[in-house]
Design a binder for this molecule. Structure first.
Ligand code: PHE
Length: 450
């Protein structure tokens, strides 16, 4: 049937898809690495504050916009606020999706490569230093990382062509719990390493004097990135949610799961970072350098390491398809491309951008923009500029344009909410989120001194 939109079949399907989108490299790769760069616990606490005060309300807002409009990120605003500038929020989101998936695919490619290295017993008998240089040599080489990135992009495109619904639910139901179990096993091994205490202190004992404006902006950007917010992913997914679903409960569950997994990942990494004398601020390689050391020191480490990188790749896939879906739904519904054509076209464009990201780690590393290589530039612009801006407009839209009455009506299709909750939510999206985002944003980019 033409234009019949798919819907997730069950409540669990919705949670699985949204959690599948949220949980990914953001939790396991990016969260530990930026927490390390920005000094540890203080960053974590600010991040948690943003998740609660801004992330959760914006997530609920995206679900509301998506389900009410039953459209892609751009079409949703066009439908709910015809002939207005709001639709540009959707365009911003499509742009962010391009940039994010470009570097995301590169990191997912690293994970695939590490899965093979693990299978070939490539970590054993190597010192922390050797593991560090192994990672450095790998990401700088011009061919291998590009090859694995392309494999990942083909997988992403293929799943989106087959239809996201069928792929996700099964994956998330079985594989995500296994990933969580593996991370918990890693946690136990990490905190029982000699010298592990330092790491826990680094992660949980805040020293707020270490915080910088840029750190706070990154915490905000990462709250959006990790929850898949600010670019219409959850508007797009929300458009496939049926009316019986309790949107608030779904948002709370997804946010909780995402945050727990990030913290669990942090607990696996930082004790080990200190135990093996790795620099916490080592950057994007942190997880890839640290965990192989842990695998070496545990019984069954060989099997665990293969499984871990396999499941990390799967977690990355359930996120990458949600990013690609934003672009594909837009191309298909707004630019009237056939879905398959849209998918192939978007995948190729993003993969090309991804190749540049990958090469910017090695042969192009001297081409810097504002002191960042192309990979970091894509990451910085999308996470720290586009997603917070998107989140700002989404909360303004729900707070001031869509309004309290319609918010209540949409949420209550699938469950009742109290007056107090509604007032708190409206206050957060009308006032708190926009002001906080504006301040953090302006001071993070250096336009406001506080
Ligand atoms: N949330 C995903 C992760 O943490 C990444 C993502 C960002 C997905 C933005 C969709 C939109 O890995």
């Amino acid at each position: 049937m033409k234009n019949k939109r798919a819907e997730f079949s069950s409540t669990f399907g919705v949670i699985a898809a949204a959690a599948g989108s949220a949980v990914g490299l953001g939790n396991i790769w990016k969260f530990p690495y930026i927490t390390g760069v920005y000094g540890g616990a203080a960053f974590l606490f600010v991040y948690l504050g943003f998740i609660l005060a801004i992330g959760l309300p914006v997530m609920l807002s995206e679900f509301i916009i998506g389900r009410k409009s039953r459209k892609n990120a751009f079409g949703a605003f066009k439908k709910l606020a015809p002939k207005s500038l709001w639709q540009f929020v959707g365009i911003l989101g499509v742009g962010a999706a391009f940039m994010i998936l470009a570097f995301y695919g590169v990191v997912a490619g690293w994970s695939i490569e590490y899965m093979f290295s693990a299978a070939m017993d490539g970590f054993s008998d190597k010192s922390p230093d050797q593991l560090g240089s192994m990672f450095g040599t790998f990401i700088e080489s011009p061919l291998k990382p590009v090859f694995f990135q392309l494999i990942f992009m083909v997988l992403t495109g293929a799943i989106v062509i087959v239809g996201i619904k069928d792929g996700i639910e099964k994956n998330v139901k079985i594989l995500m719990p296994i990933l969580v179990v593996i991370i918990i096993v890693l946690d136990i091994r990490a905190i029982t390493l000699p010298g592990a205490k330092e790491g826990l202190k680094f992660l949980f004992h805040p020293d707020f004097s270490k915080l910088t404006g840029e750190g706070v902006l990154s915490a905000l950007g990462h709250a959006f990135f990790s929850l898949s917010l600010g670019m219409g992913t959850l508007i797009t997914y929300g458009s496939y949610i049926d009316n019986k679903n309790n949107l608030l409960r779904t948002a709370v569950q997804v946010t909780t799961a995402d945050t727990m997994i990030a913290i669990l990942a942090g607990v696996a990494i930082f004790p080990a970072v200190f135990a093996f004398g790795i620099e916490p601020s080592s950057g994007p390689g942190l997880v890839f350098i640290t965990l192989p050391n842990v695998f070496q020191q545990m019984p069954g480490g060989y099997i665990f390491s293969i499984l871990f990188f396999l499941l990390l790749t799967v977690a990355a896939l359930t996120s990458s398809i949600s990013i690609l879906e934003v672009v594909v739904a837009y191309f298909h519904e707004e630019l009237k491309m056939k879905r398959k054509v849209a998918t192939v076209f978007a995948t190729i464009l993003i993969a090309l951008l991804g190749i540049i990201c990958s090469l910017s780690m090695g042969i192009f590393k001297d081409y810097l923009f504002f002191d960042l290589n192309f990979f970091d530039l894509m990451d910085w612009i999308s996470a720290n500029l586009l997603l917070p801006l998107g989140g700002l407009f989404i909360s303004l839209f729900i707070g001031w344009k869509f309004g309290r009455k319609k918010v209540r009506a949409e949420i209550e299709k699938g469950g009742s909410i109290s007056e107090l909750f509604l007032s708190t939510f409206m206050f957060l999206v009308k006032i708190v989120a926009p002001i906080a985002i504006a301040i953090v944003f302006l001071s993070g980019i250096g336009l406001l001194k506080i």
